[in-house]
Design a binder for this molecule. Structure first.
Ligand SMILES: Nc1ncnc2c1ncn2[C@@H]1O[C@H](COP(=O)(O)OP(=O)(O)OP(=O)(O)O)[C@@H](O)[C@H]1O
Ligand SMILES: [Mn+2]
Ligand SMILES: [Mn+2]
Length: 657
């Protein structure tokens, strides 16, 4: 940052004069910086990639709508000016005068730790986990010495450098311990009782990382940060968003009967001691690390170790790892994470995931994939509504013996970051078509992103995946890799493509996608089943037989209920792979998108899906799991896959109340 000059200290102040620094410029000349594309939009601020004095930086621009917000900005800036530690995302400059209120930080390439775990599905080695835990503890110890509590420790607020070392960010809720106390004293004095506002002020953070004492509305101490760190480190070990793992079910079942409403989760954490499922020893985690995590999330803050204790214990663990280099390779973690039953009635040697991937790899080599649809929308137009996305999924075999559903979440497809795609494939007569398509469809989307419109790209992706899959089957039949000759696997498919404020949904079969629009279900797909007269007519016209069998209308000798699909060689062309595609302009009325296989929709109606999400902790992975669990409880016998995409910022406050 050689180009940034720091004015003499007596002039280097914010507009109010309360923030001062001798190391960081606090009111930059307008020409010295420019904001590039947004990295993240939250309810309280937007973070941009920025140029500052010729170098890259991250600029955080808070939403300042009330004078309270302005006070908070100055408080945060004063606090940040005091900090200097390698484990932090360092503040390098600020603009603290009207009309621009900005804070500039050292830039870290995405992904943050949360995306690294859940989007990249990173399986770190135990060594890496211990290193991250240790750096984080040292950073928090530094803050503790300064009397500061962070109050929002979670993977999304931990940024990674190129050596995968953690840097703590987001001091939006950080406070000096002494100020937390004084707020409390003041409140007690004025009314004799803490007010609702006081509760709200003190109960901040992100619900699933919040310590029981915070949920009980007690004061935040550094031990509450110890708790949140333990939840985060366990998340890193397991790769599972807290409370969404199946193994927690047995414990949770009695307490919650799987109705994870916010209040029930809160009460289970506070009164029943519910915690996320601890990493299993089989994952290679040393028992000492697991017990450190357990101590750190003890209900009683006093019994939790201090950051000093944690650093010492992690040192011992680390030495042990190095000396014995015990079974801690990432390989063992990988194994336990991907334990997926794959029972096939064809020769095992064929990996349909790989076949689907290979198909589009060749073409994508040319780096087509870089910025699909970046030019198709007018970037300069400020008036265009921009949804703020967060997503999660849950997939379960349910009562079936085999899993024939697959899904993908291809987020941030473009450099501008507002192109995302999500898809679900529900296999029948085996998982082959679903496994093939889950790789082929997103591969084709990337490939066509430059030449075709979103609608054409979606249609092409479905049709080409279908043709390629069926050709592949024929080739393998000839080469005798498939023994069973009359085997015609297929899958239904739904794929959403969000390009800025436009939602495109392609559907073939009986998966379904709905929006929650101003609180009401707004279907964006139509079910393609033989019981739908229009579809039945079309199929008959195209030469297939449709008969009433057992309980409903079914197509051909195979007695298929769906009338569109990828695969199903024996029923082509009548059972077409051509999707029906809808285009929807997203507006501020659109709260979230739910996509799922028929395992959900068979037993949970559109209205119910919306009301279940409204009553669930606002975390998309948890919402997905909650829907799948509800479907199981209502007797769904099928595989169930759910993807939930929030389209509006879910503020920290909304996650609590
Ligand atoms: N210095 C940085 N370099 C790169 N990316 C950053 C940086 N700071 C923040 N980000 C990205 O922006 C996201 C949001 O940042 P931050 O948490 O500070 O904002 P926020 O508005 O307080 O978010 P929330 O309150 O929803 O957690 C981070 O999760 C991270 O992905
Ligand atoms: Mn954050
Ligand atoms: Mn924040």
């Amino acid at each position: 940052m050689g180009l940034l000059e720091v004015p003499p200290e007596d002039t280097n102040r914010c507009v109010r004069g309360c923030c001062r620094s001798d190391a960081i410029p606090l009111h930059l000349p307008a020409a010295s910086f420019s904001l590039l594309s947004p990295i993240a939009r939250g309810a309280e601020s937007t973070v941009y990639e920025a140029q500052l004095g010729g170098e890259r930086a991250a600029a955080k621009k808070p939403v300042l709508s009330t004078s309270d917000d302005l006070d908070k900005f100055h408080y945060q800036l004063q606090l940040l000016c005091e900090l200097d530690h390698p484990g932090l995302a360092k503040l390098i400059a600020a603009h603290a005068r009207p009309p621009n209120y900005l804070m500039f930080f050292e830039y870290f390439e995405p992904p943050n730790l949360a995306d690294k775990i859940h989007v990249e599905e990173w399986s770190p080695s135990i060594q890496q986990v211990v290193t991250i835990a240790s750096y984080l503890a040292k950073t928090l110890q530094y803050l503790q010495i300064l009397g500061i509590v962070h109050r929002d420790i979670k993977p999304a607020n931990i940024l990674l450098d190129k050596d995968l070392l953690p840097h703590l960010a987001d001091f939006g809720l950080a406070m000096y311990q002494k100020d937390i106390k004084s707020v409390s004293a003041e409140n007690w004095k004025s009314s004799g009782k803490p007010t609702g506002g006081f509760y709200k002020k003190n109960m901040v953070g992100t619900l699933i990382y919040m310590a029981p004492e915070i949920l009980r509305k007690d004061l935040h101490t550094e031990k509450s940060d110890v708790y949140s760190s333990a939840i985060s480190i366990n998340e890193l070990l397991t790769g599972v968003v807290p409370y969404t793992d199946l193994r927690a079910e047995a414990q949770a079942h009695t307490i919650l009967e799987m109705t994870y409403t916010e209040q029930q989760l809160t009460s289970a954490v506070v009164s029943q001691g519910l915690r996320p499922a601890l990493a299993l020893p089989e994952s290679g985690s040393p028992p000492s690390l697991l017990s450190l995590i357990q101590c750190s999330w003890d209900s009683d803050p006093e019994r939790r170790p201090s950051f000093g204790d944690i650093i010492e214990e992690l040192n011992v663990i680390q030495k042990h790892l190095v000396t014995y280099s015990c079974p801690l390779s990432s390989g063992s973690v990988n194994l336990s994470r991907n334990r997926k039953a794959e029972v096939h009635h064809y020769q095992e040697a064929l990996n349909w995931f790989n076949q689907g991937e290979l198909l589009t790899k060749k073409a994508n080599k040319l780096d087509y994939a870089l910025n699909p649809w970046s030019s198709s929308f007018d970037q300069s137009s400020v008036s265009v509504y921009r949804p703020t996305l967060s997503w999660g999924s849950f997939a379960t075999c349910g009562r079936r013996e085999t899993m024939e559903d697959t899904h993908f979440m291809l987020t941030c497809m473009s450099k501008e970051k507002d192109v995302h795609s999500f898809g679900i494939f529900d296999g029948h007569r085996g998982a082959a078509a679903a496994e093939f398509s889950v790789r082929a469809v997103p591969g084709f989307l990337k490939q066509f992103g430059h030449t075709a419109s979103p609608i054409d790209a979606l249609a092409e992706a479905f049709v080409r995946s279908d043709t390629a899959f069926r050709e592949e089957l024929i080739a393998h039949r000839k080469s005798k890799r498939i023994i069973q000759k009359d085997w015609h696997p297929g899958c239904t498919a739904v794929t959403a493509l969000i390009v800025r404020n436009k939602l495109f949904v392609a559907n073939a079969g009986d998966c379904r996608a709905i929006l929650s629009r101003a609180g009401k279900p707004f279907p964006v797909t139509r079910d393609h089943v033989a019981s739908c007269p229009k579809e039945r007519e079309r199929v008959i016209k195209e030469g297939a037989e449709v008969r009433w069998q057992i309980d409903t209308w079914r197509v051909g000798a195979a007695a298929l209920q769906v009338t569109r699909s990828i695969g199903d060689d024996d029923l082509k062309p009548a059972v077409t792979a051509l999707p029906e595609i809808t285009e929807t302009d997203l507006t501020a009325d659109d709260e979230f998108l739910v996509m799922a296989s028929d395992g959900l929709w068979d037993v949970v109606g559109n209205e119910d899906v919306l009301s279940i999400i409204k009553g669930t902790v606002k975390e998309p992975g948890m919402c997905s799991k909650r829907l799948a669990t509800e479907a199981s409880a209502r007797g769904s016998k099928d595989n169930i896959t759910v993807i939930v995409v929030f389209l509006r910022p879910v503020s920290t406050a909304e996650r609590i109340y």
